[in-house]
Design a protein around this ligand. Sequence first.
Ligand code: GDG
Length: 471
Amino acid sequence: MECIQPASGLTVALDPIMRATGGVWVAHGSGDADRVSVDARDHVAVPPEEPAYTLRRVWLSRETEERYYYGLANEGLWPLCHIAFHRPVFRLRDWESYREANQAFAEAVLEEAGGGPAFVFIQDYHFGLLPRILKERNPNLSIAQFWHIPWPNRETFRVFPWKEELLDGLLGNDLLGFHLRYHCANFLETVDRGLEAMVDTEHADVWRGGKLTRVRPFPISIDFERHVQEARGVAVAVHTEEWRRELGGVPRFLGIGIDRADYTKGIPDRLWAVDRLLEICPEYRGKLVFLQVAVPSRTRIGEYQRLNQELENITREINSRWASGTWRPVILCHRHLPQTELMALHRLSSFCMVTSLHDGMNLVAKEYVASRTDEDGVLVLSNFTGAARELGSALLVNPFSVDEMADALRRALTMPREERRRRMRALRRVVRENNIYSWAVNVMRAILEVEQPFCASYERERDTLAMAAGL
Ligand code: GDG
């Protein structure tokens, strides 16, 4: 039995919070060893080597998982919210499974809360109906939800067939968080036009049926200090040597991209930008290698299988165009690598490309910056990531323009050391100061502001987090 951390921004962000506060994380048991690892109450303590919190497993049938998770959430809401030029797919059967799955999670949460007051923090777009169900069954719960992906403008959202039910579900929350103020504004406008509710745009509050929901931005982040410590550790040094060998000595210029293989991450255009660079700057031929880690994700969905095939084809085409001797400009890696190995790649590279077509935040950008304790390396970052709002010292690009990206690569490769240092310092300062603990403290503070009689019960968690955040 092996315990692995999935390649998912949500789990990477939330795990340190759970470690710091303890508590129960209610989660689907989708791994093939999950059933044998739980006790009679479907609990398992994690991480196995040093348990810090409890996972409460919820079991879904294969069909519910297929329809609720792959269907409604990932073929419907995911493309809808990313406005990614992929037509979202809406099937009534998927929506019914989404309802069912939200109900199943509600039962588990209500059981864990045991009828009393508790703080429930719901993660993501898979649980749009859960807050309302919880609030109705146990009004003593304080409920916050964080939506990890963008909220589109109301015009785009209008095509969602069950919008009223979904919006009403979300307004069961006491607090609803998005990464950006812009996403909050989109949500408020969607509610204002789509539902009977009073929207106070100035305070970003919504009243529906006498109940208040606060809507606030909380730009998510990473555990900066832990990341820095690990990046300086032995495991990373070992992986660095391994990669040096694998690459046959580090190429003169190494560029990297690290993503879940997802069509919102803009990987094809990024590879074409490398191709364009080789075309316009012959001096990099034979010297530049671009390594793309594309971890397979949601491969039961056709669109994702097609993307993997497309990446293979583009890589083959670019390599056959430019190959000479043993040199190939693009390496495509489909393996799931441990975080320490990703850190080694961060540290070996001259630049990192994060070119999502649309992304709620993007943690890879923040991880890259955290790994660069040498204050070197250049981050090329899409304007359409939440991260771009904070990381203005990166080279910001339009990910839809291959030429603009190629030009940014040229700038990255010719940037003087002093400028690289100045930019990287500024970037590191931002991520250090706004780490995952300050994110969680801000969420806790906001929920404490919503008047509740039993807030004192989780002031302790807020204080633990504030200490971890260095506040
Ligand atoms: C959603 C939103 C938002 C990648 N390859 C491997 C691996 N990864 C890790 C990265 C990073 C995480 O996966 C990906 O996080 P992102 O934030 O880039 O993207 P999503 O998964 O789409 O996350 C996003 C996030 O939620 C948090 O709110 O930022 O906008 O879409 O940590 O390093 N990890 C390992 N092996 C890999 O091969 N271990």
